[in-house]
Design a protein around this ligand. Structure first.
Ligand code: RTP
Ligand code: MG
Length: 140
């Protein structure tokens, strides 16, 4: 087991409903430390770049519009197996399939407006953290 870092985003549906604190509490209760955090409003261009891997998927346009529709909170979470642990706390992509107690089960509106993003592997975590943060901003 190793200490990892992962990129998390609290999405517009959650910032709109003032859920940042409740979601952060879930991370902290699971032993994840928030070692960097900022609230930003993505442009369509930035959202498009961040989600470039999904470019060919039918929901890409809708996803980018949603991510640029209101502020998001981008953050770096650190902890033991942080990437997998974060995805466990987030729950399944579709809230209808998410386990009880997970963020998406408790807060998500739908498969699209599902409250949080989390990196899915060490390689994507490195790229996604660098997309939003400089090394100086990560205070472990
Ligand atoms: P994320 O990347 O946001 O952490 O979510 P994920 O790994 O659980 O899901 P992924 O397959 O990577 O999809 C990225 C995001 O696209 C939206 N989505 N919409 N309408 C749809 O069928 C659909 N499918 C995915 C969701 O916001 C999902 O989190
Ligand atoms: Mg994903």
């Amino acid at each position: 087991m190793a200490i990892e870092r992962t990129l998390s985003i609290i999405k517009p549906d959650a910032t709109n409903r003032n859920l940042t604190g409740k979601i952060n509490a879930k991370f902290e209760e699971a032993g994840l430390r928030i070692i960097a955090q900022k609230r930003i409003k993505l442009t369509m261009d930035e959202a498009g770049k961040f989600y470039e891997v999904h470019k060919e998927r039918p929901f890409y346009g809708e996803l980018c519009e949603f991510m640029a529709s209101a502020p998001v909170v981008v953050q770096v979470l650190e902890g033991e197996s942080a990437i997998a642990k974060n995805r466990e706390v987030m729950g399944a992509t579709n809230p209808a399939d998410a386990a009880p107690g997970t963020i998406r089960k408790e807060f998500a509106n739908s498969v699209g407006e599902n409250s949080v993003h989390g990196s899915d592997a060490p390689e994507t975590a490195t790229v996604e953290i660098a997309f939003f943060f400089s090394g100086l901003e990560l205070v472990g």
